[in-house]
Design a protein around this ligand. Structure first.
Ligand code: PLP
Length: 375
């Protein structure tokens, strides 16, 4: 089966993990500190604005606490979002309010967000679909004007930039993921960016039991170094040195991963532009850099599912990300979002990861082409 996503882990990561084993310190320590520093440098922000988090979903949950969001509040997010984002909002007691997306980019826009703003709106969680930036300038202008917090879910946008500035650093909070399906893979893990050093300090405490003091060897106390105080009912949700050691190696390889993904994107574009029955991902303006997290095509809604099954029968896995949350009964949203619904019936994400060979791509293209002959 050709995977949709696949990590690229090798000898360097194994060697890095071996060194962590030998050090006898596998928890959060110097390696995680190094990973946070290097990641901050890569993203282009001050080191003290970045903290590691056990996964992006945990970061989404904690962002509700950090921004003081709770019962009576509303948080707007596109219906085409990761399920954990809606769970984070709803579990805080606030109401997730789903907004529509552009049916070609599957990104939301300032205009679509604005339609859903009420006096209860406290925050917006945006997603850069497939690693392609939203029109973030317009969204920032809107949220600044309306004094609403902005959270960027940049789980799949580790290399995405808008006018040269890293996605994830435009709002109050940005959240990256290093889970097994992402571009930079650490097994599990993530990073949180906070706009201010104070909020990042709060995040650090929330993610580490609410502890105000450094324990163990890091404690500056000369006696009774076991005493502590807490600032909140914090959980324990940081990365550890094993995952961080993998992350550090992956960070070095990231530019190469993105280059290969870009080649794959262009290879598909080139081949698929010959077929009038499918639409390529929309062209991206030059000031937007993508992470090439997804490659998606759009076809007539009556053939999309048939194409998915046809490819799966030929050992090519495809999917549609992200299933619209306003269709998930549990959230109880009784709205219709026309663009979202149209896109959700027409869009198919096909395999893209840096380990695909040109022969793999040719096989995908041939199968898509063969399917096209039958319609
Ligand atoms: C994968 C993903 C997440 C969740 O990341 P975890 O680290 O697995 O919690 C959140 N948002 C988006 C858009 C994702 O693709």
């Amino acid at each position: 089966m050709l995977n949709l996503f696949q990590p690229t882990l090798g000898a360097e990561e194994l060697e890095a993990v071996r060194r962590v084993f030998k050090s006898n310190w596998v928890g959060k320590g110097g390696i995680t500190d190094q990973f946070e520093s290097n990641f901050a440098h890569y993203i282009g922000v001050e080191r003290n604005l970045i903290r590691s988090v056990s996964c992006c979903t945990e970061g989404l949950f904690q962002s509700m606490v950090l921004l003081g969001i709770g019962p009576g509040d509303e948080v707007i997010l596109p219906s085409i979002s990761f399920v954990g984002a809606a769970n984070a909002v709803a579990s805080s007691g606030a109401k997730p309010v789903f907004c529509d997306v552009d049916k070609r980019t599957l990104n939301t826009t300032a205009k679509l967000i604005e339609e859903m703003i009420t006096e209860k709106t406290k925050a917006v969680i945006i997603l850069h679909y497939g690693g392609v930036p939203c029109r973030i300038d317009e969204i920032c202008e809107l949220v600044n004007q309306r004094r609403i917090a902005l959270i960027e879910d940049v789980a799949g946008s580790v290399a995405s930039r808008y006018e040269g500035k890293a996605c994830g650093t435009f709002g109050h909070i940005g959240l990256w993921s290093f889970d097994a399906m992402k571009i930079l893979v650490a097994g599990d893990g993530g990073m949180i960016y906070c706009r201010t050093a104070e909020m990042a300090q709060d995040a650090e405490e929330l993610l580490h039991l609410g502890l105000l003091t450094k324990s163990g060897f890091k404690s500056s106390a000369t006696t009774r170094w076991w005493e502590f105080e807490v600032s909140s009912y914090g959980r324990r949700a940081t990365m550890n040195d094993i995952a961080s050691a993998i992350g550090l190696e992956q960070l070095k390889k990231l530019p190469g991963f993105v280059t290969r993904r870009k080649q794959i994107h262009e290879y598909y574009d080139q081949a698929f532009s010959a077929y009038s029955w499918l639409q390529l991902p929309p062209e991206r303006p030059a000031h937007m850099e993508s992470s090439y997290y997804f490659y998606w095509i759009q076809v007539r809604s009556d053939i999309r599912d048939k194409l998915a099954i046809y490819l799966r029968e030929r050992d090519i896995y495809t999917t549609f990300r992200y299933y619209p949350l306003h269709w998930v009964k549990f959230y109880g949203a009784q709205i219709s979002l026309p663009n979202t619904e149209e896109a959700a019936e027409a869009t198919l994400c096909i395999p893209i990861h840096q380990s695909l060979s040109n022969e793999d791509l040719d096989r995908v293209i041939k199968c898509v082409s063969d399917f096209g002959k039958g319609i």
